[in-house]
Design a protein around this ligand. Structure first.
Ligand code: GDP
Ligand code: MG
Length: 296
């Protein structure tokens, strides 16, 4: 596929180290149900992580509480293994009272820090398993207006504990101009409420190519995404996308949406950085607060 990037493209040194240890990455998806979270995860890793999901949904049962689902898969690409864990948070937004629906999600993130802390405190620390959440995609409904109060509440609660990456869900339902204006509104809301979202760092001594690559990624935040696990035909060529009477929106076309840039950031250019930030800043601050008995 055009513009397809994979973790085998990581810088050599990181790559060699990680090949030996095996890649391990934990991603959480958060947002109202029906915004395309499960579809995006499938699109992102080009594999179906949700076998039998359809059957479950057809039963018409609405969970009474926010049920958190953890799915792990070993994915191989060009002989390189990635152990991917996805934490899906179905159901939120479906309840009459959504006020505290962020709580079990935050608790899940913190329980993973606790599990890590507990391992660090063991006598034998050789085999620490890192199950911490390395990034959290927050799905924003494509309303074209501004963030909902529940979005603001969620993001405020999660920011500071996890690398928060806002995405505009189902961006194929908005026009290019609507997306542009919506992105500005979202960033204004985020700034106004002082919500700390993940910012790819910029280093002056990076090579010009990396600097430009980073700028391109940053300029797309919040990523306007389109998910699809189906292939459609465009001029006799099969592509992943969504078909409309007026044409096809291609998932892997950078002019159609920001999916490629998001995938590039998560899996190619910033995977190690996201893990480092989780360890050195987010986890460290949780650990310090916990030890000091502050606000927990
Ligand atoms: P979830 O509840 O957030 O996990 O949402 P799902 O992934 O189950 O998707 C809900 C519905 O939205 C399904 O019918 C999908 O086919 C559809 N959907 C998923 N992603 C997109 C998208 O990017 N654009 C559009 N238009 N529909 C989508
Ligand atoms: Mg789902």
């Amino acid at each position: 596929l055009a513009g397809y990037v994979g973790f085998h493209n990581l810088p050599n040194q990181v790559h060699r180290k990680s090949v030996k240890k095996g890649f391990q990455f934990t991603l959480m998806v958060v947002g109202e149900s029906g915004l395309g979270k499960s579809t995006l995860v499938n699109t992102l890793f080009n594999t179906s992580l949700y076998p039998g999901k359809e059957a479950k949904e057809l039963s018409g049962e609405t969970p009474k509480t926010v049920e958190i689902q953890t799915i792990s898969a070993d994915i191989e690409e060009n002989g390189v293994k990635l152990k991917l864990t996805v934490i899906d948070t179905p159901g939120f937004g479906d309840f009459v009272n959504n006020e505290d629906s962020w709580r079990p999600i935050l608790e899940n993130i913190e329980a993973r820090y606790d599990a890590y802390l507990e391992q660090e405190n063991r006598v034998n620390r050789k085999r620490i398993v890192d199950t911490r959440v390395h990034s959290c995609l927050y799905f924003i409904a494509p309303t074209g207006h501004s963030l909902k109060p529940l979005d603001i509440e969620f993001m405020r609660r999660l920011a500071g504990r996890v690398n928060l990456i806002p995405v505009i869900a189902k961006s194929d339902t908005l026009t290019e101009d609507e997306i542009k204006a919506f992105k500005i509104r979202i960033l204004e809301d985020i700034a106004f409420h002082k919500i700390q979202i993940y910012q790819p760092p910029q280093y002056e001594n990076d090579d010009p190519e990396t600097i430009q690559e980073n700028r391109d990624i940053i300029s797309r935040i919040p990523f306007a995404i389109v998910g699809s696990d189906k292939e459609v035909e465009v001029n006799g060529k099969k592509v992943r996308g969504r078909k409309y009477p007026w044409g096809v929106i291609e998932v892997d076309n950078e002019e159609h949406c920001d999916f490629v840039k998001l995938r590039q950031m998560l899996i190619r250019t910033h995977m190690e950085e996201l893990k480092e930030y989780t360890n050195e800043v987010l986890y460290e601050s949780y650990r310090m607060q916990k030890l000091a008995g502050v606000g927990l």
